[in-house]
Design a protein around this ligand. Structure first.
Ligand SMILES: O=C(O)C(=O)C[C@]1(C(=O)O)C=C[C@@H](O)C=C1
Length: 287
């Protein structure tokens, strides 16, 4: 059995996979779409990709590729703490305050804006596919006055030095990663899950007054607790959006099917993206 993840080695996604699936062979993919395609095409059984960060919000590429391009069920979720460090080639360690360019994933740079503004105002940013791709680039260009933002695993993997630890702007920094499979299934995980969620995609009927209010009522009067509601462009015209709704429980026989039926009766299109266990990774079990 194989698990694909957003690579190369040393991403936060890699750390999350190793924490929850230590016994399964993992395979890095360069981009989030490549990772999802690998499951769809049967190269790997599961894929783990980032979905949402507590400081920066959703990873839009993951949501959009899942909805528009690669319809795979969500079968699990991993919530992991994120600590960002400023990584440099060891030969640049004494000179880190004069770094000219910083490489990282856009989310990682956004999580450190206050630090960057205060300490590296003059530096420019270069957005790459992941934090470890940034670390790899820095390690391959020892003569350039550059740095990466990433984790300890990447520093170790690519032989970089940590110039400044914990440069993320807020202490509570966590990312949610989703696990995808070709069909709904139980996860090959030995640990006890921390809970369950159900995720729906809901498209409202066009131009109907109070439609969103009615959608929310379908959950409210059933006392279905929502942990997230987010809109994304349907990509069919200005003002056309779909909603991603997370419900704080497992699919049941009555309440969630009842809410879905009510939404459909209102003229909404509803798709069940998954009903799945989630696992919370502790700081100590990460890098
Ligand atoms: O680049 C990585 O290390 C990733 O795993 C991606 C990612 C993200 O997409 O949000 C994951 C966690 C952090 O929030 C920063 C980057």
């Amino acid at each position: 059995m194989k698990i694909g993840y957003l690579g190369p080695k040393g991403t936060f996604t890699h750390a999350a996979v190793e924490a929850v699936f230590p016994h399964i062979l993992n395979v890095p993919y360069h981009t989030i779409p490549q990772c999802m395609d690998a499951v769809r095409d049967g190269e790997v059984e599961f894929a783990v990709v980032p979905l949402e960060n507590a400081l920066e919000g959703s990873v839009n590429l993951t949501i959009d590729y899942l909805i528009h391009e690669c319809n795979l069920p969500i079968v699990g979720e991993i919530i992991a703490p994120i600590e960002q460090h400023l990584l440099v080639h060891p030969s640049q360690l004494d000179d880190w305050k004069h770094i000219k360019r910083i490489y990282s994933h856009s989310h990682a740079i956004a999580q450190c804006h206050k630090f960057l503004h205060r300490h590296l105002k003059h530096a420019t940013y270069e957005y790459v596919t992941s934090t470890s791709a940034a670390a790899q680039y820095v390690s391959e260009h020892p003569k350039e006055n550059i740095a990466a933002i990433g984790n300890r695993l990447a520093a170790k993997q690519y032989g970089l030095a940590i110039a400044k630890e914990n440069i993320h702007d807020y202490d509570y920094n966590h990312t949610r990663f989703i696990v995808l499979h070709r069909e709904r299934c139980l996860l090959p995980v030995k640990d006890q899950e921390d809970g369950f969620k159900t995720t729906l995609m809901v498209m409202l009927p066009k131009d109907q007054a109070g439609a969103l209010h009615q959608v929310l009522s379908a959950f409210a009067w059933r006392k279905l607790n929502l942990t997230k509601i987010e809109s994304r462009p349907a990509k069919t015209g200005l003002g056309n959006y779909f909603f991603i709704i997370d419900i704080d429980q497992k699919m049941d026989d009555v309440l969630i099917p009842g809410a879905i039926a009510e939404l459909e009766a209102l003229g909404c299109t509803v798709q069940l993206l998954g009903s799945y266990p989630y696992y919370t990774v502790k700081k100590t079990s990460l890098v």
